[in-house]
Design a protein around this ligand. Structure first.
Ligand SMILES: Nc1ncnc2c1ncn2[C@@H]1O[C@H](COP(=O)(O)OP(=O)(O)OP(=O)(O)O)[C@@H](O)[C@H]1O
Ligand SMILES: [Mg+2]
Length: 357
């Protein structure tokens, strides 16, 4: 096991820079998830840790050693890919044993490690099968088994679950999390799926256009996003945003938005009087207003019950509000509803920079 340090790392392909100076420290035994939209540079960063991509500038350290110039096989990392990259002509056993055999390990040691990994992953009944005789989830487990057998200092995962159907994906993410709790191997896991990031990570690193927007524990990012990008990316359904101006005189603090709509604000924001901001409120922080409660009127557009909860989409200030209710209501599209934002859950961001106020 080892810690991974990424210091001022940049990557250019030709003269196009795609990673613009990234710093991430990953502690020994930590499970860190790199998350961000397609093309933000997650795989490129992971591949630089693995040694599959040259580092243009900056430093990557694994276990205290700078690995920039070190070939992949000396870095003592094991990578699990989205497409599994199994050898189709080899049985499961041999797929898992391959890297150790290549290193010239003793047959008995190879056997012991493969059996142990197979046991951990529930693959023992499948060792004599070929990959084509396995389901997607089983193949995925073999790919993990191959990584486990190598007993590396660091696991690197690049979207390992994206070829699986939704149900299996949820099951496998629990399995990977359990596996990590058991092996405690330092892991860097790449995904574009923020739910995967939230549920699996000790710490999340949110990337966007080749930079780190924010790094932190899942619920800390959720509760305290540093800017509108992170606020909008983490959380599903996403945070609602409304642009407007803070007004604090002639009544309680509020946001003045389009079409004369006013959204209530806590008195703590009075100091921002006159400032152009983006007002953010999460769907679960909108409630049905009680008599006398400060609220905003909206017109119901769509009602989406899922059983456990109901998503209400309504129109406010030229935009849409999504609200989530656990209790059941007789919402009807076209009717009006008074929504009250929980005032201590309102986020304000600077309208120009998007930075949290
Ligand atoms: N070999 C390459 N040559 C040129 N540009 C590349 C190369 N590999 C990646 N890029 C560019 O680098 C940027 C980051 O790509 P990367 O694959 O790291 O994104 P990603 O975050 O993993 O996206 P996805 O979620 O779609 O996998 C993209 O703009 C991509 O086009
Ligand atoms: Mg990728």
């Amino acid at each position: 096991m080892a810690e991974v340090r990424i210091r001022g790392v940049r990557k250019s392909f030709g003269n196009v820079e795609v990673i613009h100076g990234v710093d991430v420290d990953i502690s020994d035994g930590e499970f860190v998830v790199l998350v961000g939209p397609s093309g933000c540079g997650k795989s490129t960063l992971l591949r630089m840790i693995a040694g599959l991509e040259r580092i243009t500038d900056g430093e990557v350290m694994i276990g205290g050693r700078v690995v920039n110039q070190m070939p992949p096989k000396e870095r003592d990392v094991a990578m699990v890919f989205q497409n599994y990259a199994l050898y189709p002509h080899m049985k499961v056993y041999d797929n898992m044993a391959f890297s150790m055999k290549l290193r010239g390990a003793e047959k008995s040691e190879v056997d012991q490690r493969v059996q142990k990994a197979a046991d951990i992953l529930g693959l023992t009944p499948f060792l004599e099968r070929y990959p084509r005789q396995l389901s997607g989830g089983q193949r995925q487990r073999v790919a993990m088994g191959r990584a486990i057998v190598r007993d590396p200092q660091v696991f690197l995962f690049d979207e390992p679950l994206s070829n699986l159907d939704a149900k299996l994906r949820v099951q496998m993410r629990t399995e990977i999390k359990e596996l990590h709790q058991r092996l405690k191997t330092t892991s860097v896991y790449v995904t574009h799926d923020q739910i995967e990031a939230m549920t699996m990570a000790d710490r999340i690193v949110v990337m966007h256009d080749g930079i780190v927007e924010q790094a932190g524990e899942p619920l800390d990012l959720y509760d305290n996003p540093t800017n509108t990008f992170v606020a909008g990316f983490i959380g599903s359904p996403a945070m609602n945003f409304v642009r407007g101006t803070v007004r604090a005189n002639g009544g309680p603090a509020r946001l003045e938005a389009k079409d004369g709509v006013a959204l209530p604000l806590g008195d703590g924001w009075s100091g921002q009087d006159g400032r152009s901001v983006v007002y953010g409120i999460r769907p679960e922080h909108l409630v049905l207003a009680e008599a006398g409660q400060r609220s905003v009127e909206s017109e119901i557009a769509v009602v989406e019950p899922t059983g456990a909860e109901t998503l209400l989409v309504s129109r406010v200030a030229g935009g849409e509000f999504q609200a989530v209710f656990r209790e059941r209501h007789a919402f009807r599209p076209g009717t009006r509803v008074q929504l009250a934002p929980l005032l201590d859950k309102v986020h304000l961001f600077d309208a120009e920079t998007g930075q949290r106020l």
